[in-house]
Write a protein that binds this ligand. Structure first.
Ligand code: NAD
Length: 491
């Protein structure tokens, strides 16, 4: 953590590992390979972590398979105690953990801390939910028979996750899987592995027996293939791009490995004319720029009723211009960098092609001339249908505005995407809002609300945004198999 920007020197370094956790031991990669982590806010290497391959992934699966028998047979309350203790472990170190995650992901410190506290919420919620795996008695057709449906943990679960929420993407799968009685092997993004190491450390030091939680870092395709090839891995929970999701599905078609796919989004926001325009513009700027727009449920396309589109565009441009862009550790930072230079190039290209197609830049529209991978918060108007900032998942600080005249047009534009994760509706007319909710082809719809994510409700998408759900009672069920038991010969 040396060489951090002004205002950060002297901060207590988090006591976390840079190695992988396999079978209860912190280990280097078997090959000895390492990976240099980069601070996206400065564009310089900051740390070195273990970088393994398929051999390390197999060793972790061995450990998880060995630990499964003991962990799955514990009463769920005992498993819950470990999850609760891990939440306490995190709360006691939340500031240090936030620095660790903010530095490797680039997100502002406050957002990183909120993410760790949300991890605590997932751990405590699933600690209790694990004990509610009731099962069912099915009334039988014959009096001498009894039929039970028992939920059982599915077995070893491998997780492969994206960098944008280096803790949340991991914990929502791990908390549910562990509560259900599964053991886990996590393979976080190579861009942000320390956060996952720290989460594993929280569980390890809070009483998770050796092998119950394992975390490896390294070669993405090689490790994924090792998971697919191993029949003891009963599920791969993946959070990331549709591109990699399809690769996994292709691989799983040969091994029949169960997949959970939390993929990309391209969320429309329908803004009706009866809203408080300046207030919605203020909220829109804040939520659009969370994590510099690198959020799967980020409000992406703003479909604004023509009567207020001009007022909204001007108000939102002013709000966006006033946001403080800076390093994660700088006091007052509201918007951080993009995660890599490559990703920034991608965003720059999407904007350039949209402008070439006719979009007008109202605010921003360029990379920032400073260290790190910063792109200016950007507002675009007159964005033609089919422009790349509308059709592609931008995953950046770009806010295109499109006017609409009536609900049919708004819904046609909103649904004109391969994705179906989150959508937003801002308005107060009961009938119009209900009609919009009914017509949106998305897994989650937020009405006058900007955060469709919480441990107790199902999270996930339709269409190209994936399959399965994380969180909520449904999220627990994703890590259980049902065993139907027929008992005959009863009197
Ligand atoms: P990505 O698909 O490139 O990477 C995701 C993970 O897959 C990383 O750990 C990466 O190392 C790994 N990976 C890369 N190539 C692989 C391969 N050939 N085989 C197996 N694993 C491989 O995605 P990203 O750029 O890291 O993340 C951004 C994407 O994630 C966006 O599309 C975003 O919407 C999505 N996302 C979705 C959710 C959700 O809950 N739906 C949450 C967060 C992010």
């Amino acid at each position: 953590m040396s060489g951090a920007p002004d205002g950060t020197r002297g901060a207590e370094a988090p006591e976390v590992e840079r190695r992988m956790l396999i079978g209860g031991r912190w280990v280097d990669a078997r090959s000895g390979a390492t990976w240099d982590l980069v601070d996206p806010g400065r564009g310089v290497a900051i740390d070195r972590v273990a970088f393994g391959d398929a051999d390390d992934a197999r060793a972790a699966v061995d450990a998880a398979a060995t630990a499964f028998r003991g962990w799955s047979r514990l009463p769920p309350h005992r498993r819950g105690e470990v999850l609760e203790a891990a939440a306490d472990w995190i709360r006691a170190r939340a500031d240090a953990l936030a620095r660790l995650s903010a530095e490797e992901s680039g997100k502002p410190l406050g957002e990183a801390k909120a993410e760790w506290l949300s991890a605590c919420n997932h751990l405590t919620w699933f600690a209790a939910e694990g004990a509610r795996a009731y099962g069912r008695i099915v009334p039988a057709r014959v009096p001498t028979r009894r039929i039970e449906v028992r939920p059982e943990p599915i077995g070893v679960v491998a997780t492969i996750t994206a960098w944008n929420f280096p803790v949340y993407n991991v914990v929502r799968s791990w908390a549910a899987a562990l509560a259900a009685g599964c053991t886990v092997v996590g393979r976080p993004s190579e861009l942000t592995p320390r956060s996952a190491f720290a989460l594993a450390q929280a569980l390890h030091e809070s009483g998770a027996p050796a092998g119950v939680v394992n975390v490896v870092n390294g070669d993405p395709a090689g490790m994924a293939q090792a998971f697919l090839d191993d029949p003891r891995v009963r599920k791969i929970a993946f959070t990331g791009s549709p591109r990699v999701g399809k690769l996994l599905m292709d691989g799983a078609s040969r091994t029949l490995t169960r997949l959970g796919l939390e993929l990309g989004g391209n969320a429309p926001v329908i803004v009706f004319p009866d809203v408080d325009v300046p207030e919605v513009a203020r909220q829109a700027a804040t939520w659009k720029l969370r994590n510099a727009g690198q959020v799967c449920v980020s409000p992406q396309r703003f479909l604004v009723h023509a009567d207020v589109a001009e007022a909204f565009t001007e108000a939102v441009a002013a709000e966006v211009a006033a946001l403080h862009v800076g390093h994660a550790f700088e006091t007052g930072t509201q918007v951080g960098p993009l995660v890599t230079d490559r990703h920034r190039e991608r965003v720059r290209d999407l904007v350039a092609r949209s402008v070439a197609a006719g979009a007008q830049v109202v605010e921003g529209g360029a990379a920032l001339e400073r260290d790190g991978f910063f792109y200016a918060p950007t507002v675009l108007r007159d964005v033609p249908e089919g422009a790349p900032v509308l059709t592609d998942e931008v995953f950046g600080p770009v806010l295109p505005v499109q006017p609409f005249r009536d609900l049919d047009q708004a819904l046609r534009l909103a649904n004109a995407t391969e994705y179906g994760l989150a959508a937003f509706v801002m308005g107060h007319g009961l009938e119009a809002v209900h009609a919009a909710v009914a017509g949106l082809e998305f897994g989650m719809v937020a009405v006058n609300d900007w955060l469709p994510s919480t441990p107790e409700a199902p999270f996930g998408g339709v269409k190209g945004s994936g399959m399965g759900r994380e969180s909520g009672a449904e999220g627990l069920a994703e890590y259980q198999e049902l065993k139907t038991v027929y008992v005959g010969g009863l009197r």
